[in-house]
Design a protein around this ligand. Sequence first.
Ligand SMILES: O=P(O)(O)OC[C@H]1O[C@H](O[C@H]2O[C@H](CO)[C@@H](O)[C@H](O)[C@H]2O)[C@H](O)[C@@H](O)[C@@H]1O
Length: 253
Amino acid sequence: MNGQCPTCAQDLQGCAFFFDVDGTLAEIQPRPELVFIPAAILAALGRLQTVGVPVAVISGRRLADLDQLFEPLRLPAAGVHGAERRGADGRLRQLNLDREALRRVGDELFQACARYPGLHLENKGLAFALHFRLAPELEAVARGLAEDFIRRYPALLTLQPGKCVFELKPRGASKGEVIREFMREPPFGGRVPVFIGDDLTDEAGFQAVNALGGHSFKVGPGETAARQRLDSVSAVEKWLDALVRPLKPEVYP
Ligand SMILES: O=P(O)(O)OC[C@H]1O[C@H](O[C@H]2O[C@H](CO)[C@@H](O)[C@H](O)[C@H]2O)[C@H](O)[C@@H](O)[C@@H]1O
């Protein structure tokens, strides 16, 4: 195999790639369940995986959702902002959390959100997303609800703002920490990490790869710890295409 990273000219086999999902590999959609990964991106990730270049997705979504989105690929992945992780060996690790307490929080949130039909509560079991994309006038309500629950359950939850969403994520969940965990394991360990993301939850990941001597890319505008920039999901697609294009054609029919 030959091939280089188009940005840093590093041999691909020396790199390990980490990708955020929504806003990075998939265009933002009005509702979470409408999201899809473009076929060209799936093909590029599949190519990298086929030739043994380590690839993982690092998302706020649940692992189960990620597996559906990336079908037929089954990638090493971290879900719920790092609260759950599946390594390259297939082993699952989760933060040690009080599931019964989280279930009660989910029930309470459901009751609280019922008063605001425009709010969409995404209950991920280990985390809760209060989406106001389809009702922007409810942003302050969503923030208020999220802050109230964080105040009442400070040992359990922490606030993670995002794109038209306030998330209550488990305390201790961090995209930076899961990238560091992947980098301590084969086949990621010993390589140069590259992380591409677009949102506030990705900042911990950018900081982690910067500290590990890797490359960090922010998709779109906004202040960031990332050191390089890609404009959009289509720019990520083109970047990935440039990454895999030099790979030998006989390996990829
Ligand atoms: O870390 P990510 O993979 O980027 O996931 C972050 C959150 O993405 C989803 O919400 C966002 O995307 C939706 C679909 O485009 C959009 O409707 C919503 O406004 C965005 O906030 C997902 O629903 C969350 O669970 C993820 O945590």
